[in-house]
Design a protein around this ligand. Structure first.
Ligand code: CU
Length: 353
């Protein structure tokens, strides 16, 4: 008899939660900021002719990775995603003809309800030509409930292009970095996202394609990691795809903490490891801040995967630290990148797909 009562009450709870699906996560009564995000088709990858998609704050400013979305704990952000990707392109990426056409926005780390999950089974995706608003809540720490809060380095990505896990959307470029700060966290001068992915790619590019920095007039962007000596540079590192990687940055090190900094209140902590190399699995993300050229000066500092066959195949780029006048050190023109083969055909026996 008791068993029946137990089973009955569980079923009743399931029905009632279906009836009132919450629109907003607990703690967010109303979004306090809004953002427009556009999913668009970009020119095909010049090396591989693969379809490229990107998120942008404007339709004409989409990129892969997409714009970094920054939040502060306590904030509730409403993001309206507009799908400009042609249905024909989405159909080409589809692996199953029954799978619906659309793009979505799925985020790691912050709070959202099922309606903002960005999945097919919850119907929270955007068909071609349509829009949908997703709500993210950067929950704060709470001693009473024991909640650790949501501050950290996270990422967002599509979860529906091609199949129920968005594997094709991710592979085409629909991903970006998220940073949730705690009030009082130090702010960087600039932030770069490096997504380490399959076929030995950084941000879906290999070798020379990872670094298009102009020697005379370097413009910061996904393929030009550049900073002036002394600037605080933040990296958001993301693992996408199927492979394991190790992220290594030359000449710079950071603390293995939430921010990469030591919250020391003036006391140097010896209990926190200082690292310059970190293991990265699929779906993982971390971030840190460094002072560009600290004690080591301007120059061309390699940023690469330290799995040797990955870096040898082109999973390597440069962080260019400019001198105080903003000039780039000589030497960037000299071929410092491994000769990259097209990612779709490069075969050295170690390729996974
Ligand atoms: Cu790697």
């Amino acid at each position: 008899m008791e068993v029946l009562i137990g089973g009955g009450s569980l079923a009743a709870a399931a029905v009632s939660s279906q009836l009132r699906q919450p629109e907003l996560p607990e703690g967010c009564t109303k979004p306090n900021r809004t953002l427009q995000l556009h999913a668009v088709e970009l020119p095909r990858d010049p090396a591989t002719n693969q379809i490229r998609l990107g998120y942008g704050l404007r339709p004409d400013a989409a990129s892969y990775p997409g714009p970094t979305i920054e939040m502060v704990e306590g904030e509730c952000l409403a993001i309206t995603l507009h799908n400009h990707v042609p249905a024909a392109t989405l159909a080409q990426l589809r692996t199953d003809p029954e799978h619906p056409l659309g793009v979505s926005l799925h985020v790691h780390g912050v709070k959202y309800t099922q309606l903002s999950d960005g999945t097919v089974h919850s119907q929270s995706f955007v068909p071609p030509g349509e829009s949908r608003t997703y709500t993210w809540f950067a929950k704060t720490r709470d001693k009473k409930s024991g909640s650790q809060g949501t501050a950290g380095y996270w990422w967002y990505h599509d979860h529906v292009v091609g199949g129920p896990h968005g594997t094709q959307g991710l592979g085409a470029g629909l991903f970006g970095g998220v940073v949730v700060r705690r009030p009082g966290d130090p702010k960087p001068d600039r932030t770069y996202v490096t997504a380490f992915g399959d076929r030995q790619t950084i941000n879906l590019r290999r070798g020379d394609a990872t670094d298009t920095c102009d020697q005379q007039n370097p413009q910061p962007g996904p393929t030009c990691l550049v900073a002036r000596q002394g600037e605080k540079v933040e990296f958001i590192v993301i693992g996408i795809g199927n492979d394991m990687h190790t992220f290594h940055l030359h000449g710079h090190s950071w603390a293995d903490t939430r921010t990469g900094l030591v919250d020391n209140n003036g006391v140097l902590a010896d209990s926190i490891p200082i690292i310059d190399n970190k293991t990265l699995g699929p779906g993982d993300s971390f971030g840190f801040q460094v002072t560009a050229g600290d004690s080591v000066g301007p120059g061309h500092w390699m940023l690469h995967c330290h799995m040797q066959f990955h870096s040898d195949a082109g999973m390597s780029t440069m962080v260019h630290v400019l001198d105080e006048t903003g000039a780039m050190m000589p030497g960037h023109e000299q071929g410092h990148h491994p000769a990259a083969q097209p990612a779709s055909t490069g075969g050295d026996g170690h390729q996974h797909n």
